[in-house]
Design a protein around this ligand. Structure first.
Ligand code: NAG
Length: 324
């Protein structure tokens, strides 16, 4: 008899625990739904990130909001990072772009920008003429790249977030010259050639469509050594050994002007090498998943992939076949 009471007690305890859990889950869910509805009213593009929002709520991490954006992060950061962080290694916030810094290679992993017409048209007198390259003192000195590293290296100080994309305020433009946003690039035929063309193309997209997200970074691409072995080879410059990337990528996402319109994404990978003038940008189109594979990053995770990835891309892009 005693035993029976005991069993009943345990059963009742279990039932009430499950009940409380269900009630809690129900309230959490309705709360999430309400928040989501509010968000979609404020911003139609939030529709695309709804699955992630639910995932974020399910995790219920008190310190982080959507996509691990710290709650209370400045508004411009929430705007730039609306579709998620490609990675979370040493994330650094600037006034008009966000980057993740690779302390070992002393170049960024990625730099994210959100371009609107105001960024490009800019204010009078704002521009690169009054900006200068400088070391980023916010990086600990033992991990920092310096002007001396680039001097006489034979490489250009190449922008990841382009200076011409940040003409709204001189502070914005100045920050693109911090060496955290700079990587060693071949000058002739790359930085002043194809890479420049790609930057201009991104600005043209912004002129036409009004809202463009772009994520830029270096790649260190392995070469086949035969027998399923691979190796990565790249130069390093200066006392601080700044790594010279083998390739650079840009992942571009254009928001639709239509409410609930699908965003458009494409990506480019260019070898850090002189590129013949007659080659066109289309030659360097690349599957975003390929970049993710080599960079260890994940782009625009807030957007449902199936909506974007068609059979448009060859499985291996021309650049990876011909410039390996
Ligand atoms: C931009 O940089 C230049 C040169 O380093 C400096 O003289 C100027 O004061 C800076 N402007 C702003 C707004 O930070």
């Amino acid at each position: 008899m005693r035993r029976l009471w005991h069993l009943l007690g345990v059963a009742f305890g279990l039932a009430s625990a499950v009940g409380c859990f269900l009630v809690g889950a129900y309230f959490q869910h309705t709360h999430a739904t309400r928040q989501l509805q509010q968000l979609v009213q404020q911003d139609v593009y939030a529709y695309y990130i709804s699955p992630k929002i639910f995932a974020a709520y399910a995790r219920a991490d008190p310190q982080f909001g959507f996509f691990n954006i710290p709650k209370g992060a400045p508004n411009h950061v929430q705007r730039i990072m609306k579709y998620g962080f490609p990675g979370l290694d040493d994330v650094r916030l600037y006034s008009d772009f966000v980057l993740s810094y690779d302390r070992r290679n002393r170049v960024a992993h990625w730099v994210c920008e959100h371009l609107q017409l105001a960024n490009l048209q800019g204010a009078r007198g704002v521009g690169r003429a009054s900006a200068t390259y400088r070391a980023d003192l916010s990086v600990p000195s033992n991990f920092r790249s310096t002007l001396a590293d680039y001097k006489h290296s034979g490489f250009d100080r190449g922008h990841l977030a382009a200076a011409g994309n940040h003409r709204g305020q001189q502070v914005h433009c100045n920050e693109t010259f911090l060496l955290t946003n700079i990587a060693p690039q071949i000058g002739q035929g790359f930085n002043s050639g194809a890479w420049n063309k790609l930057e201009i193309y991104v600005r043209e997209l912004t002129q036409s469509f009004g809202s463009v997200y772009v994520c830029t970074g270096p790649l260190f691409k392995p070469r086949a050594q035969g027998n399923r072995k691979w190796s990565v080879e790249y130069q390093m410059i200066g006392e601080n050994m700044v790594a010279v990337p083998t390739h650079f990528f840009k992942v571009i996402m254009v928001e639709s002007r239509l409410p609930l319109g699908k965003p458009y994404m494409e990506a480019y990978v260019l070898p850090n090498a002189p590129i013949p003038d007659q080659s066109t940008l289309r030659d360097f189109l690349c599957d975003i998943r390929e970049i993710e594979h080599f960079a260890g990053l994940h782009f625009f995770q807030g957007i449902r992939r199936s909506a974007i990835f068609g059979s448009n891309y060859p499985s291996e892009s021309k650049v990876f076949r011909e410039f390996a």
